[in-house]
Ligand binder design. Structure first.
Ligand SMILES: C[S@@+](CC[C@H](N)C(=O)[O-])C[C@H]1O[C@@H](n2cnc3c(N)ncnc32)[C@H](O)[C@@H]1O
Length: 265
């Protein structure tokens, strides 16, 4: 018997998920906040954070939208988002690929690293676009692993070659679950096709930082069983790679994060 969410490889129920959310927050929250500030977030805004994962973006939105605003945080597993703070936060179970739009319209809808994993991305995007108030903004941020497929941009020895081979295995696992590994680059076109105006996009990715090491180790630990079961790596290789990460021998980059935003006319 398969569960409806067998498609999502990095499920939140695993202990590594919390570490991954903290690392994602350290790596990408500054850029996410900059984008949302530029869109003009203000007290009173109604915001919908989709696939919230951890609590950091949700709590920050609650702070910015203020006591007169609304922040709806949804996920297929809300156990981490439930830690979000702020009186205006409502955390709700919702599958954006299957469930209908929530009640009320939104001034801002944000989803980071979510659509790339959702098999019915077209339906999810329709639900988001329909849920915007006139003038409301949709900000989508998604990885494009095919655009920059490496863990180590500078592959100068066997440690870096192993890291890049494991990343390639990780991509195979994602693709087998229906992830679109070239999704990020499509976002501007998809926003226009959804009827949004004033579409802009940019991209960002860290090349090395302490949080990059944390994310790399937590992700490899998370998918270790799947990598070995699929014959993409041995336990010995994974142990060696984790030692290399811990020893600071790698500069583990992430995939590029493409941020694209558009406004409902
Ligand atoms: C890679 S995490 C990103 C979490 C957070 N947005 C961030 O950037 O730190 C992906 C999140 O999307 C959620 N997710 C996956 N499929 C979903 C779906 N169909 N509907 C809603 N959330 C989903 C997962 O449970 C997980 O919390």
């Amino acid at each position: 018997m398969t569960s409806p969410h067998d498609g999502y490889l990095l499920d939140n129920a695993r202990p590594e998920a919390g570490t991954r959310f903290e690392a994602l927050s350290a790596l990408f929250d500054p850029s996410t906040r900059r984008h949302i500030e530029n869109l003009g977030i203000a007290p009173g805004w109604h915001c919908w954070e989709i696939g919230a994962g951890g609590p950091s973006v949700v709590s920050w939105l609650a702070d910015r939208a203020g006591p007169s605003g609304r922040v709806l945080a949804t996920d297929i597993d809300t156990s981490w988002a439930a830690e979000a703070t702020g009186g205006v936060v409502e955390v709700r179970h919702h599958d954006v690929g299957r469930d209908g739009p929530p009640e009320g319209g939104f001034d801002l809808i944000h989803a980071r690293l979510v659509l790339v994993h959702v098999t019915d991305r077209e339906q999810a995007l329709r639900t988001m676009a329909e849920s915007l108030r006139p003038g409301g903004w949709l900000l989508l941020e998604d990885a494009d692993p095919a655009l920059q497929p490496l863990t180590c941009l500078d592959e100068y020895g066997p440690e870096q070659a192993l890291a890049n081979r494991l990343r390639s295995g990780f991509r195979s696992l994602l693709a087998a679950r229906g992830a679109d590994l070239a999704y990020g680059r499509k976002l501007p076109r998809l926003l226009r096709e959804a009827g949004l105006a004033d579409v802009n996009a940019d991209a960002y990715f860290p090349i090395t930082s302490p949080a990059c090491n944390v994310l790399e180790a937590a992700t490899v630990r998370h998918v270790r069983g799947e990598l070995v079961a699929a014959g993409l790596a041995t336990d010995e290789e994974i142990d060696r790679h984790l030692e290399n990460v811990a020893a600071g021998l790698l500069d583990p980059a992430t995939s590029p994060m493409i941020s694209a935003w558009g406004r409902r006319p």
